[in-house]
Design a protein around this ligand. Structure first.
Ligand SMILES: Cc1cc2nc3c(=O)[nH]c(=O)nc-3n(C[C@H](O)[C@H](O)[C@H](O)COP(=O)(O)O)c2cc1C
Length: 646
């Protein structure tokens, strides 16, 4: 008997009996230059089917390659997509999941890869990429409708069982729905019925071409969170028009039209879990069609509560299923404490978030899950060649991950930690109010270490002598880094505290100056402001937190604006008992009053310790911060692969 009966109550959708209420969100992965799905892409989708989601949706797929947004996405007007599409839907279906695909036309957001193509939209104006928008006449409308129908037919030929029409996020259909872009006065403009007309024509064309046993889901932005854009009241009216015409109404949020919309579309860590659930709740009250919700949901108990209280019928998970594709199966089996939580760092999406990053990286990676984007290659990692004695020095995220993976591969594992707690840098997250899931990640890793036959040696300073005594076959150094202390006069004063250390918060004064506005300085500064301190961050570069993934950076800057003074292009010259002297670019020295000065100028690897251990075992690996100051992602991924390579 499952602890989450609602979540695991099957649901009928057209001819399919969905095994639970979890849909894996459309999350595209770049394909070949033509946009075909690569074997890596197939394996990426397959893993989420294997993990137990009832529906696995392939990401943005173009109904008309002339109306593309990003390059390299599935072109559904090209039969060349079929072999890779069939392979992918086969891979999804063999795990009992239902294969879905997202049908998209970019409309006025059309850009690459055919920059010379005309750009069409509901009303004339300037397109997202600065081109003249051609107002669609009846012929262009017919053409777009036909393109959706034909694309669905192609998808069905490719083994797809359900389609999701993209009617949100500022793409073509939402341009028709939203008065932000639709200024027409004909039968396609004005009332919500008129603005929804093209969607109804598309639904009809898909039904005609794919038959009744091909369920249609439509993704809407419940609120565009943009001045002049759709609000939930209008979306409810739109949903009423769509009610009974589609099989599932899916409520996402925001529009790409607005730069900061990403913070709601891919909810940032500064927003509460399930921040968009109220949108599906409002729609659900008004329609009979089942309703799907999405956004910052990663906890099965929360999912159960959403279903139980009637706020949605289905839950879509995006990043949570990158962090742990096995979330559905772990929840079903009552093993939810082992779910790796998504920490909403937005690394996954920021790498490809054009035009805000210059070039999309074209691959997906997840900070907390080393497999993501490597599902295919990790199938070929060598089989362990017999049991080895593996000694890991350092119980931070990299060391713990190495120990867990080595134990899972059947090795004898010894994990040594010089302190009395595991977690390394993840432990600083415990105190930051917006890092609830990072703390959970640390707890999950610790639990995994404890559950395995790993010999834990806490309070153990590892020296070459200790290694010699244990005599491992493989030694992995994960000893971390230490804060850089810059040569600024006064740096050793009593009022100076090191960031990324376990300082005593009660000892921090009312006025704080943070020296160093990288990601660590900005996040710790924000946290101190949250505690009521008056915080000023001084950064030498042009931009604060320039090492943060774009969308996290955007969210962080918005939060800092509320309560923290961030000054860039400032160089600190000296620290006194009363504060910090610094020079701005113009060369004029200024004084920043402070009771406490927080030093956050970076880390340096513990090279000496690493070198002392280098020749102590037949095989030696260095991972994480002690190789070079690294991110949590680098630590976890290197930990995983250092153990996989044994
Ligand atoms: C890597 C990545 C790729 C995505 N690709 C798409 C996409 O192709 N189409 C789409 O409508 N949304 C896309 N999204 C948005 C997700 O479908 C989802 O709505 C969003 O991530 C919020 O859900 P979450 O908080 O559970 O991650 C993507 C999100 C991520 C993280």
């Amino acid at each position: 008997m499952t602890r989450f009966p609602k979540l695991f109550t099957p649901m009928k959708l057209g001819p399919y009996m969905l095994k639970n209420r979890i849909e894996s969100a459309p999350m595209g992965m770049h394909g070949t230059p033509e946009g075909y799905i690569t074997p890596e892409g197939t394996a990426y989708y397959e893993l989420r089917a294997k993990g137990g989601a009832a529906i696995v949706s392939l990401g943005e797929s173009m109904v008309d390659s002339g109306g593309t947004s990003h390059g390299r996405v599935n072109p559904l007007d090209d039969p060349g997509i079929l072999p890779s599409l069939i392979n992918t839907t086969d891979a999804i279906k063999r795990h009992g999941a239902v294969a879905s695909i997202e049908l998209l036309h970019a409309g006025i957001r059309s850009g690459t890869p055919r920059p010379d193509d005309p750009v069409y939209g509901p009303s004339a104006g300037t397109s997202f990429y600065g081109k003249q928008i051609i107002e669609m006449g009846e012929a262009e409308i017919e053409q777009a409708v036909k393109a959706f129908g034909d694309a669905a037919e192609m998808a069905k030929l490719g083994g797809v069982q359900i389609c999701m029409i993209h009617g949100g996020h500022g793409w073509l259909l939402s341009q028709w729905f939203s008065k932000l872009h639709n200024h027409r006065t004909d039968r396609f403009g004005g009332s919500i019925e008129n603005r929804a007309r093209i969607a109804l024509m598309i639904i009809e064309d898909i039904r005609k071409k794919c038959g009744p046993n091909f369920p249609i889901e439509i993704r809407l932005s419940g609120d565009e969170f943009t001045e002049g854009g759709m609000r939930i009241e209008e979306t409810v009216e739109l949903a009423k028009v769509l009610d009974g015409k589609v099989d599932l109404i899916h409520l996402s949020a925001a529009t790409f039209h607005d730069r900061t919309a990403g913070l709601r579309m891919f909810p940032s860590v500064f927003l509460p879990r399930g921040c968009n659930v109220y949108l599906s709740e409002a729609v659900k009250k008004a329609v009979k069609t089942p309703v799907n919700t999405v956004g910052a949901i990663n906890d099965p108990a929360h999912m159960e509560e959403i279903l139980e209280t009637g706020k949605a019928d289905m839950i879509t998970l995006g990043r949570a299923l990158l962090a742990d594709p096995y979330l559905p199966e772990k929840a079903r089996k009552g093993n939810e404490q082992d779910i790796t939580p998504c920490i909403r760092c937005n690394y996954c999406i920021s790498q490809n978030f054009t035009p805000y990053v210059k070039y999309p990286r074209g691959i997906v990676r997840c900070v907390v899950n080393p497999i993501i984007g490597r599902e295919f290659e990790t199938r070929f990692v060598q089989i362990s060649s017999g049991k080895k004695k593996v000694m890991i020095v350092g119980g931070g995220p990299g060391g713990m991950q190495a120990a867990i993976t080595a134990a899972d591969r059947g090795h004898e594992v010894i994990l040594c930690e010089k302190g009395n707690r595991l977690g390394g840098t993840l432990r600083y997250a415990e105190r930051e109010y917006f890092k609830e899931d990072t703390k959970k990640l640390n707890d999950v890793l610790i639990r995994r270490v404890q559950e395995r036959p790993i010999r834990l040696m806490m309070d153990t300073e590892v020296t070459p002598e200790v290694v010699k005594e244990i005599a491992p076959d493989v030694l992995i150094a994960a000893v971390g880094a230490m804060p850089i202390i810059p040569a600024i006069p006064g740096v050793k004063n009593k009022n100076v505290v090191l960031a990324a250390s376990m300082y005593d918060e009660d000892a921090i004064g009312e006025k704080v100056v943070v020296i160093g506005g990288g990601l660590v300085g900005c996040e710790e500064g924000l946290h101190l402001a949250h505690l009521g301190k008056v915080v000023t961050i001084l950064e030498m570069l042009e931009k604060g937190a320039s090492d943060a993934p774009y969308l996290h950076w955007l969210g962080l800057m918005k939060e800092l604006e509320k309560s923290v003074r961030l000054e860039t292009r400032v160089k600190c010259t000296r620290i006194t008992e009363k504060g910090v002297f610094a020079v701005k670019e113009e060369g004029e020295e200024r004084f920043y009053e402070a009771d406490t000065v927080l030093l956050a100028v970076g880390l340096k690897s513990r090279n000496e310790l690493v070198e002392s251990l280098r020749n102590c075992a037949p095989d030696f690996a260095v991972i994480g911060d002690c190789l070079q100051p690294a991110t949590v992602m680098e630590a976890i991924h290197m930990g995983y692969f250092s153990a996989m390579n044994i």
